[in-house]
Ligand binder design. Structure first.
Ligand SMILES: [Zn+2]
Length: 373
């Protein structure tokens, strides 16, 4: 990660470069600010800059062996530390989830906590930084830096430490080895234990403005001007959310087409074509089948609201609306709850690994009957 890979924040980048170039590096630096502002990317780029063998004065070179090791998350003097889920009866450290964490940093560099919970398949369990991680860091930081002047700990979400962990960390931060730097990144600095917080030097990272987000979506994700502007607006400064919305809008187009096909063919009672439709939906795979059912439920609700003429409660994209204007009259008080039941029971069946082709064909048949209601 180079500074150039991160949109905006030119003042912070300059400040970090100056810190490194004048060797006024604090032992513990905290990047604090809202989710989706690029804090962890700044910390990663800073670590790479500090380790770079040939920095240009405003960025790392990106090609030296050290930069290449950073790019593949394999720099020997860089330790990633982050909250995880406890494995039953076993000491649990961040490195146990190294593959998942690298995956998240690659897929969603503006990553947020919720995405991490999904990657961990944690369900309702909140990940934490356990005391075992404090012990592991103590052990690893006892070794001298191998190939660079500094060992750097990239600590994501220090607010997820419990008190025991924090006490272990405190020792490391208070009596640091001269060659160790902690770069911490927090979305909720008020939840960090004060003993830790007070010992950090802080950098406030502000949320992006709409223009920065729109420009990034146009340049990096080939989004057209109008969509980039509207996505930037609804993502309220959260770049991660903006990127997720772009990804979702691509799949949403697929979902809308499938929803329209279901309703048209159900209305025309084209049983044979609906059998093919259920095969097509099943081919999306289990996760997307579940997402598609959520989409169907949403479209049914929105169409019912449209039919009730409560326009101010309506949330439809222009494409969805152009279909719904004519279709909404078929979703009424006689069938709306039954349609929800159909979707919900299909959802439970798919979640329970039932045969998706059969489940969706069943959805199609019931939809035929309910549209006539
Ligand atoms: Zn380099």
């Amino acid at each position: 990660m180079r500074f150039a890979d991160i949109p905006g924040h030119s003042d912070i980048k300059q400040r970090l470069v100056e810190m490194a170039d004048t060797s006024r590096l604090p032992h513990a630096l905290l990047f604090e600010g809202p989710s989706g502002a690029g804090k962890f990317m700044l910390a990663r780029a800073f670590a790479q800059y500090i380790h770079c063998e040939n920095p240009s004065g405003d960025d790392s070179c990106g090609v030296c062996p050290s930069c290449q090791q950073h790019a593949s998350f394999n720099h020997i003097d860089t330790i990633f530390s982050y909250p995880v889920i406890k494995k039953s009866g076993k000491p649990t450290i961040s490195a146990d989830y190294q593959a998942e964490f690298r995956n998240l940093m690659t897929e969603y560099p503006f990553m947020d906590t919720d995405q991490w919970v999904v990657n961990l398949e944690a369900g309702n369990t909140q990940p934490k930084i356990y005391v075992d991680e404090g012990a592991e860091l103590t052990r690893r930081l006892n070794f001298r830096a191998h190939q660079s002047q500094y060992k750097i700990v990239l600590l994501w979400l220090p607010e997820k430490m419990n008190e025991d962990t924090a006490n272990k960390m405190l020792k490391l931060i208070e009596e640091p080895h001269a060659d160790t730097i902690f770069l911490m990144v927090s979305n909720n600095p008020r939840q960090i234990l004060p003993t830790i917080y007070s010992r950090t030097q802080r950098i406030a990272v502000n949320r992006y403005d709409d223009a920065e987000i729109a420009a990034w979506l146009r340049e990096k994700m080939a989004v057209d001007d109008a969509s980039a502007a509207s996505i930037a607006h609804i993502s309220t400064g959260n770049m991660n959310e903006a990127i997720s919305l772009v990804k979702i809008s691509k799949i949403r187009k697929v979902f809308l087409d499938l929803f329209i096909e279901l309703m048209r063919k159900a209305y025309q009672r084209k049983i044979g074509l609906l059998r093919q439709w259920s095969v097509d939906v099943a081919a999306l795979g289990r996760e997307q089948c579940l997402a598609f059912l959520d989409y169907c439920a949403r479209m049914m609700r929105e169409n019912f609201i449209l039919n009730m003429h409560v326009d101010q409660l309506n949330y439809l994209t222009p494409e969805e609306k152009s279909f719904s204007v004519n279709f909404s009259r078929f979703i009424n008080e006689r069938n709306v709850l039954k349609l929800f039941d159909v979707v919900n029971s299909a959802r439970a069946d798919i979640a329970g690994n039932a045969n998706a082709k059969i489940v969706f064909f069943d959805v199609a048949i019931k939809t035929i009957l309910l549209l006539k209601a």
